[in-house]
Structures are given as structure tokens and as C-alpha cells.
Design a protein. Structure first.
Length: 203
């Protein structure tokens, strides 16, 4: 268990860390005051992660009936998701258990947000299933890469931020590009094979 805790850090791939590292530092600087205020109120990183999931489920359930309310629940979910990592680093709670919780909650919110938009007929069901499978599988494989200390070079997950941005485009301007984006994301499927063989050869 101790070895796992030492080796469990960010589940970003090596290439993702190079690109997203500066953004993560900027987010830490911008959101630190809010995260600190929440921590003083007793709202810690895990609470923020689980709140993000609850809001994501609310989005899914309300999307077909009241997209306006659902959309703002999703915005709140994304904010909580952005804050949990900031709060963890700020309070020194960025440990293996918290990182795993954050990863799991991210996966759940992605699944429920895509399910909600599919229920609203804004995403083709087949594309929704393939995207959730692809995003989740690559996330799990990246976790295994870190645990087994296997190179994750060239293995990049499809961004979950872009679908949220396109949902906002749909909400404000009634322009739906989600199916086109998820079609584009299918090109990441071969990365699962690359990841599988690297992990298999390390065992």
C-alpha cells in the first residue's frame, strides 16, 4: 500500500502533463482563495468531488425537461470539479485516496452528462456509448500506467472540457456539434490498443 501511495500521482499521460501543467498552475492560482474559504467552512476536496457527481446526476435527470436548470447544474458541477483538486493541493490532501476519488467522480460526471444529452436527443446513442467507453477505458489504463510505472507517451484521453464547451454553445446559441466532436474522438480508440500492449508487456 505504501508503494501505491508513493507512485500514485496525476493520472495525466506524459504528453497531457506537458500541455495541461501550465493550465493547472493557473487554475490553482485563480481558485485558491475560493478553495481556502470553502475549506474554512469545512468543505473539503472529497465533499466537492461528491457534490460534483450529485450535480451531474441532476443535470442528467433534468436535461429532457428543463435544459436551463440542468445546464446551470452542470456549470456548478464543473466548478466543483475544478475546485476539488485546488483544495486538495492547498490543504495538503492530494493523496492517493483523494486522487482516486477525483478520477472516479470525473468519470461518473462525464457518463451522466453524456447520458443527459443523449436523452435530449442531442447525441446519437451509439456515439455516446463509444465515447463513455473510450474515455473511461483510457482513464483506467492511465491509472495502471502510473501504478506499474509504464510509459504513457502518446496516450491521450479525449478532452472532457470540449463537450462541456459545446453543450454551452448549444445552450446559448442552439448550435449542436456534439455528434461531430464525438465522431472525431473515435480516432483515439487505437490508443487503447497501444496502451494495452504496453501494459501487457510490463506484466
Amino acid at each position: 500500500m505504501q508503494k501505491l501511495k508513493r507512485n500514485f500521482g496525476s493520472i495525466y499521460s506524459e504528453d497531457e502533463q506537458r500541455v495541461l501543467g501550465p493550465w493547472q498552475r493557473a487554475r490553482q492560482h485563480l481558485l485558491a482563495p475560493l478553495a481556502l474559504a470553502l475549506s474554512r467552512l469545512g468543505i473539503g476536496p472529497d465533499t466537492l468531488s461528491f457534490t460534483s457527481v450529485a450535480l451531474g446526476i441532476g443535470f442528467c435527470l433534468l436535461t429532457p425537461f428543463s435544459f436551463t436548470i440542468a445546464f446551470w447544474l452542470l456549470i456548478a458541477s464543473v466548478i466543483c470539479d475544478a475546485l476539488d483538486g485546488v483544495a486538495a493541493r492547498l490543504t495538503g490532501k492530494n493523496i492517493a485516496r483523494g486522487s482516486f476519488t477525483d478520477m472516479f467522480c470525473d468519470q461518473v460526471v462525464v457518463a451522466f452528462s453524456v447520458a443527459g444529452m443523449t436523452w435530449r436527443n442531442d447525441i446519437h446513442p451509439v456515439l455516446a456509448i463509444l465515447f463513455v467507453y473510450e474515455y473511461t477505458a483510457i482513464g483506467i489504463f492511465l491509472l495502471l500506467h502510473h501504478m506499474l510505472q509504464v510509459s504513457s507517451r502518446w496516450i491521450i484521453r479525449p478532452s472532457r472540457t470540449l463537450p462541456y464547451a459545446i453543450m454551452a454553445l448549444n445552450f446559448f446559441f442552439h448550435i449542436n456539434l456534439l455528434n461531430y466532436l464525438l465522431l472525431l474522438y473515435l480516432f483515439a480508440l487505437p490508443l487503447l490498443t497501444l496502451s494495452f500492449w504496453r501494459l501487457r508487456n510490463a506484466l
